[in-house]
Every structure is written in structure tokens, then in C-alpha cells.
Ligand binder design. Sequence first.
Ligand code: B16
Ligand code: MG
Length: 210
Amino acid sequence: IIKGVIFDLDGVIVSTDSLHYLAWKKIADKEGIYFDEEINHRLRGVSRIESLNILLEKANRVYTEEEKMRLADEKNNYYIELLKNLTPNDVLPGIIKVLKVLKEKGIKIAIGSSSKNAKVILERIGLLNSFDAISDGNDITRSKPFPDVFLVTAQKLWLKPEHCLVVEDAVAGIKAAKAAGMFAAAIGDAKKSVEADFILDSIEDLLRYV
Ligand code: B16
Ligand code: MG
């Protein structure tokens, strides 16, 4: 029995995944490093610094820790600039309806994101006060595929992991949900995950499972 649904943010509630791509692409181009959409899928759900490490796999030299910190900061500054253009119109289709139905059914709703910018994003899209709990990259040190962000969220909801269902667009996020002992529903890129309990062709499909 599902008592709480934990939503990933980037790629599930709002398409900030495409903004992450633009910001990383700018860094890659400046550094002369090959980067494409395929590599970008691997950055879904993982932390900023781990994302940079994946991007640097294609670099032809070694970067110092100091250089890495500078590049990660630079990327985040571009990304924050891009976030300023977000409005409530950027909430992905079907989300508002699904949140409303879940609330009506008495199911708790939460955000479990790896992003340190999660609250800024939720504020911009007008959903900061819509959830029973929000956990993000500031609550944890190990990001997805570790289960930490979802376990913290379940605690904030006062729910056991086995009563929670996670909605994710990242393969790393599905792994994290399963490692947390929760149900996992995959949408978008995560549909290729073999670990997901449910595959969603659209977010409304979620309502079949709760
Ligand atoms: P930031 P999610 C994740 O958010 C993104 O999918 C991932 O691409 C990003 O690297 C990570 O947040 C960290 O984001 O640089 O803003 O702290 O999908 O877990 O909501
Ligand atoms: Mg995501």
C-alpha cells in the first residue's frame, strides 16, 4: 500500500535537465571537451561534482581539484542564470492534476532531488508550498544511486520506505529508490531501467498504481 509519492524534480516536475545540458555544454565547449546528449543522460540525478567528473572522462588532460571546483562553480552560475527564465508555465504537463488527485486520496507528496538548487526551482515554478516534504542535495552527501535522499524524505513524511513510491527520470534515481526499499516508477530516460516496478508513458499513468 502506497502512502506517499516522492517525486524527482529535474526531468519529472520540470525540464531543468535541458538547462543542465546547456550549462555543461558551455563548459565542455570552452574546455574543448566532447559532450553530447548521450553523455548528458549519465548526469541525470547525480551530483554536480560527479557530473563534472563524467564530463571530464573525455578530456585529454588531468584537472586539479581546484580547477574542478572552479568549473563546477562556473557551470552553476550559467545554470542559475538559465533558471531565472523559469515560470509556472514550465511545470510539465499533467503534474498539477496528478498532485491534486494524490492529495484528494490522502497520499503524501514530496520532492527527493539531488539538486542544491531545488528550492529555487520550486519557488520559480510556483510549487514551493505544494509538498508535504522537500529533500534535496543540501540534505545529503551521497547522491543517487545511493538511497540517502529518498530515505531522508521518507523520514520527513513519517513513512516507512515500503509505503513510498518514487517517480524518476534517471536510471541512477531508480537504483536509489530500489536501494531504499521503495517502489520505483520510471518515466522518460529511466524507462530503460530494468529495476523499475512501473513504467509510465505519461505522468497520469501514475494514478493507476496508487
Ligand atoms: P545541482 P534531480 C539532479 O536533480 C539532476 O538530475 C542532475 O543532473 C544534477 O547534476 C543534480 O541534480 C545536481 O544539481 O547542480 O543543481 O546541485 O534529477 O535529482 O532532481
Ligand atoms: Mg531527474
